[in-house]
Design a protein around this ligand. Sequence first.
Ligand code: ZN
Length: 352
Amino acid sequence: MIWEGSPSGNFSVSTELEGPRQKQNVSLVSQFIWSPALPTKISFFAWRLVRRWVPLDVQLQRKGVHLGSMCSCCGGARETVEHLFVTGPVAVSVWGHFGQQFGISWRGAPGVSSLLVGWFLSHRMVKANHIRVLVPMAALWFIWRSRNQARFEGSRMRADHIIWEVGNLMEFLGEAQKLGRSFQGDEDCIWARGRRRVGVCRQSMLVAWSRPPAQGLKLNTDASVTSLGAFGGGVARSSEGRVIFAFYKEFGDVSVLHAAALALLSGLVYCLDRAISGVRAESDSAALVRMLASGAPASWPLCNVLRKIRFLLQELGGSLGHVIDDEHDLRINPSQEDRNNAGDHDEEVVQV
Ligand SMILES: [Zn+2]
């Protein structure tokens, strides 16, 4: 074994052990981070982070760039990988929240690799696509995103917003059918409840359609994300059920939520082009409808799409609702199990 040296030049047993220990962690992390459920950019970011190839202040200083360092999470510390992602106040709140959710009280060395390994080894059923892999990876990604927004757009890093973003991503992965076997040993997880049966969306099913008021028009939009990209479409019908227009669009490499928003926006633009007012729009993305109704902040470029949707709904004098499928309702409310019209949809109206 060769001692690589410490920054101070002094030999200690801990610095000698650090090298092989880190490498072991990195190789274990590498087995899990390339999860097919996660967007590649998140896996790639984690891969760079454990190798410290992320341009934080201290990393840039080590490369000879002369700059001062002030952490974006608290303004009172040097911006290091450990501080920003593990031990800083925002990171501590984020890990505390998810640690409590999964019963993980991690007390390892203050490094990203050790933290990830702590999560990956926290349950014997953890595999590459497990929720205990996806959550810490997503948390690291959204801490990084929040740091960049704070650094370059003047916003403030907020743990509650990062936690919300992670939860949103898990919901969307569930909607995209990517969490099939992610909850082994964690069946009581909140995101497991919203999971649909694998393959359901590939089967055709009857959907009840309720008429808009007389002379009114209803716009239904939907979107999906596959390995080929994001797609969406919609159909507008009169109160007699006559098709006014229908459309299909490809959206490239965007998230499920973004695709759902783009599908809705496209439909509203078609309405505007045809001078159709008073439209009643419906989306099956509960998260999208919630975001539009609550005015919750969204990251760029999704925030622009949401702003345009709100503007067009106002211009068109329209309203937005959420279509809930009964399969989801039955899981939440077992007393309705007798109902066997699983294809029917109920409406939930949300004021936007
Ligand atoms: Zn800080």
